[in-house]
Design a protein around this ligand. Sequence first.
Ligand code: PMP
Length: 411
Amino acid sequence: MSDAFRSLFPAFEAIDCVYLDSAATTQKPQSVLDAMQSYYINTNANVHRGAYQRAQQATEQFEQARETVAGFIHAPSASNIVWCKGTTDGINLIANGLTDASWVTGSRILVSGSEHHANLIPWQQLAKRRGWQLDILPVDHNGIWQLEALDTLLSADTAVVAIGHVSNALGVINPLGEVLQRARLVNALTVVDGAQAVGHLDVDVQALDCDFYVFSAHKMYGPTGIGAVYGKTACLDALQPTQFGGEMVVEVTYQNATFQPAPLKFEAGTPAIAEVIGFAAAVGFMQQYRAQLQTHERLLLEALSEAFHGIDGVSMLAADGPRIPLVSLVFEQLDCQDVAILLDRQGIAVRTGHHCAMPLIAALGHTATLRVSLGCYNTLEDIQRFALALRSAVQQLRNDTLFPPPGPMPT
Ligand code: PMP
């Protein structure tokens, strides 16, 4: 099936590239591109306003997409889905919407030590604004959450628990269920960053029983610029909108405005209509191939886990436990960036750096890692090419054949 998946992605027709950076953003299947183009050609009109047929069709497609995305994560209803620009925007929407947090009890926020900056900084800044305390669930030397610390960190004073489903820097699938259950016992509001989960795992927000779940379309074969905030009805009702303007209002006078119920009260202005439609097409793609996709990814992950064995001085962070097809590598006495440049020269695209999880990478004693992350379009041949290229890059750098020490000064 692997080449069959690849053939659904026109990005690979044009260039011969081993794309190993899907955690940053995935490539898009033809079906997503077609859905967006078809909207622009056939039904392009603004939503929720026009009385004419084309506007009604656009609104129907737009609201149908909300149903589709709700179904994808098993939300009870489409009205539990708020469109946002992506995970960063969605988490900010929640944190900023807590400006009036009278419906939340407590004055402490708990985040894990392995969060992406998008699920750290909005809470850090909210804590600063409100004079609340930000608590960090510590990680061990592998980046794994130290759950025993919850005994002291969680209390009736914990207002919010904001945690990631899957670490974008390590690939680890976090023990989300256990933390959510403990958070519920102290009545904390729970927010889950699902950015790296939705492209790989089955997500059921009702089974998780979290208050909010946030994700981006572009990490699951959909377009950029669109994402979703799932919220329980009572939480969306209580949360304040932070953007104001057209579309989200019921009645407006010079002095006052009343707002639509959720989700519309959070969606001021013209939304990203084509992107919403592309998002629904991406869900369609994932639902159509769900089983094959997961089997194929398991196969790729097994091969990837072997790819760097036997190469001196290369190790993988957080090697044990359940993970998505993403690995983070570090090199003894080599700079990740040098390795990545040599890989790029061989047509291999990987990412290096702190992966927007600077405190985590620092806690593990590094400044950067080389991250390899897969999508369904990758093949076993891609992994072989990566393994060979990695071996050759490390050898070249170790032998210093690229940057030989300067010879004797000319006399
Ligand atoms: N959280 C995680 C775990 C991520 O991997 C990312 C994307 N790198 C984000 C949040 C932010 O997503 P976006 O850039 O789509 O807002």
